[in-house]
Design a binder for this molecule. Structure first.
Ligand code: DON
Length: 562
């Protein structure tokens, strides 16, 4: 009997569409991810005796099949793990190919070439997922590798049901996907996305996953598959080569660690800015005694905004750890947080140009990344975020291998002074260079206090750290239940553009006016992230929650009976 409780899908059948999902509670392990089939793959591995690392890999690989907008073999990501009290961070972020260069996305006049870092294989970094997921399992996994890969291979071989989100995403990206016949043949058969509810089989991807299950990362990073990647890149003007795939290595890194409100927190270090932004946020909020202010009033939103304005301004200095112009230690140092906090006024917004002068430009589009949170029956935790960057990455599917290549190169500072596709204005520390890792905002995070453990993260590009920290604050400052913490309306500010974004119902009309009076320019946004969260409570009890902003699912191995 499947223990997965897909409340979001069951409610309409019960005639309860207006109600929203509740966290699922139970024992034996928990998974929350952006797709029910992927959550089920992870739970199946836990039931088979797998641990959190096995289940995280199985869930991530299933997402590479059923959620091709973001789940991937041709992209990269990050994971923060806590195993038996040891915390560790795995960086399987893409790198720039060996032939990449500082000005590769500029024309002869030094102006950005439109979409050059977003469309086609020139936009692709060297995929990190094949070696990264293999390494996560090698270090922490318990079941045989082939067993962990099998559920994803089966989904690709036997087929899965196309959900509304996939059908709509394919339709929205039709122009991109039509550019590449290899991609259109798989994802737009007959020129149309497969309809929602139809069964989709991916035989080429199934064969690659089966080989990956049998031989591990070299089945993809060496030999015919790596050659197929090079061929696809050459055919469409890319510089990615088989040798880049073979040379790629994931890296274990020391997580960004800090304490906040009595909790220990471990989050992603460079080359992601996520852990630093979250650490700066809570560090400044504690100094401002933010928790004492009325929960839904203008003061709290104002101070969050002021804090993010500064944390994202500091992000300008960040990049690959080898070239970053600031470190987590510097930006999370007590005296720096004191200096930053001292600039903040309770009754007036700071003009972002004065925090650090820059041009005022903006961008907001739909996008995809995916986060999964897993805990096993022993309380081991994996928070893993992975992406192709934008929906379906650069749009190019590797013929014969069935997977899409990322467009992560757009996360570099491709054109100084110009915002990237998330509106982020970035610095020279994050310029393109061979072998460099592009700066990320992905924020897989694990927090613990006594017996409680929170495993959390989100997609959303530049909004990832702000989405993640708001849910964390709901839990550790305000004591929300897990589902309520995930559900609550969220806000976002990223220094540039100088706009305070808010989801529907985030502000009452009075609060919105009060914020405008202090000098904030408000802007509506459809969503700030899509959080997947798991929480261990006491004595092996745990709960899992998925965000009602998407169609994902949360489940536990043995649901509690009430
Ligand atoms: O690494 C990053 O920060 C981005 N490439 C993440 C992209 C993303 O979250 C897309 N969105 N939902």
């Amino acid at each position: 009997m499947a223990a997965l409780v897909v409340v979001a899908l069951l409610l309409p059948a019960a005639g309860l569409e207006a109600a929203h999902p509740a966290a699922v509670r139970g024992t034996g392990g928990a998974v929350s991810s952006a797709a029910p089939a992927a959550t089920e793959a992870g739970l199946g591995i836990l039931r088979a005796g797998g641990n959190a690392a096995d289940a995280a890999v199985a869930t991530a690989l299933a997402l590479a099949v059923v959620f091709p907008q973001a789940g991937n073999l041709g992209g990269g990501g990050f994971a923060v793990v806590r195993f038996g009290g040891e915390v560790n961070a795995l960086d399987f972020r893409e790198t720039a190919p060996a032939a990449a260069s500082h000005d590769m996305y500029l024309d002869d006049d030094g102006e950005p070439r439109p979409k050059a870092s977003l469309v086609g294989p020139l936009a692709a970094g060297v995929p990190g997922s094949p070696a990264g997921l293999f390494e996560l399992h090698r270090k922490y996994g318990r079941l045989p590798w082939a067993r962990v890969v099998a559920p994803a291979a089966r989904l690709a071989r036997d087929g899965f049901i196309v959900n509304t989100r996939l059908q709509r995403s394919l339709a929205a990206s039709e122009e991109l996907l039509q550019r590449f016949p290899e991609t259109a043949a798989v994802w737009l058969p007959g020129g149309q996305p497969p309809s929602a509810g139809s069964v989709k089989k991916l035989p080429e991807l199934a064969a690659i996953l089966e080989a990956y299950g049998a031989r591990g990362a070299p089945a993809i990073t060496e030999g015919p598959v790596a050659a197929a990647v090079e061929l696809a890149a050459r055919r469409h003007g890319g510089v990615l080569r088989a040798a880049d795939l073979e040379a790629y290595r994931p890296v274990w890194r020391e997580p960004v660690r800090f304490s906040a409100y009595g909790w220990q927190v471990a989050s992603m270090p460079l080359p992601s800015s996520g852990g630093i932004i979250i650490g700066e946020t809570v560090g400044m909020l504690e100094r401002l005694r933010w928790e004492k202010l009325p929960r839904f009033g203008a003061d709290r939103s104002h101070l969050l905004t002021e804090v993010w304005r500064r944390a994202y301004a500091d992000r300008f200095l960040l990049g690959d750890p080898r070239t970053s112009r600031a470190s987590a230690a510097q930006l999370l140092a007590g005296h720096w947080l004191d200096v930053r906090t001292a600039e903040i006024r309770i009754n007036k917004a700071t003009d972002s140009e004065r925090v650090r002068a820059w041009s005022r430009e903006r961008a907001e589009e739909s996008s995809e990344t995916t986060h999964l949170s897993v805990m096993d029956g022993d309380g081991n935790a994996v928070a893993l975020t992975t992406t192709l960057n934008r929906s379906f990455g650069c749009g190019l599917l590797v013929a014969g291998a069935g997977f899409l290549l990322n467009n992560e190169m757009d996360d570099f500072t491709t054109a100084p002074g110009h915002p990237n596709s998330f509106g982020l204005v970035q610095g020279e520390a994050n310029s393109v260079g061979p072998g460099k890792r592009m700066l990320s905002s992905m924020s897989p995070t694990v927090a613990w206090s006594g017996k409680q453990v929170i495993v959390i993260g989100s997609p959303g590009g530049s909004k990832i750290p702000t989405a993640t920290v708001q849910v964390l604050l709901n839990l550790i400052v305000d004591g929300d239940g897990l589902q309520a913490a995930v559900d609550r309306a969220r806000i976002h500010h990223q220094w540039m553009p100088d706009l305070l974004y808010s989801e529907r119902y985030a502000f009452s009309p009075e609060t919105a006016r009060a914020l405008e009076r202090r000098g904030h320019e408000l802007r509506a946004t459809n969503k700030v992230g899509e959080v997947s969260a798991v929480r261990g409570i006491v004595a092996g009890n745990m709960e899992a929650a998925q965000d009602p902003r998407g169609p994902g699912a949360a489940g536990v191995v043995r649901p509690a009976v009430y």
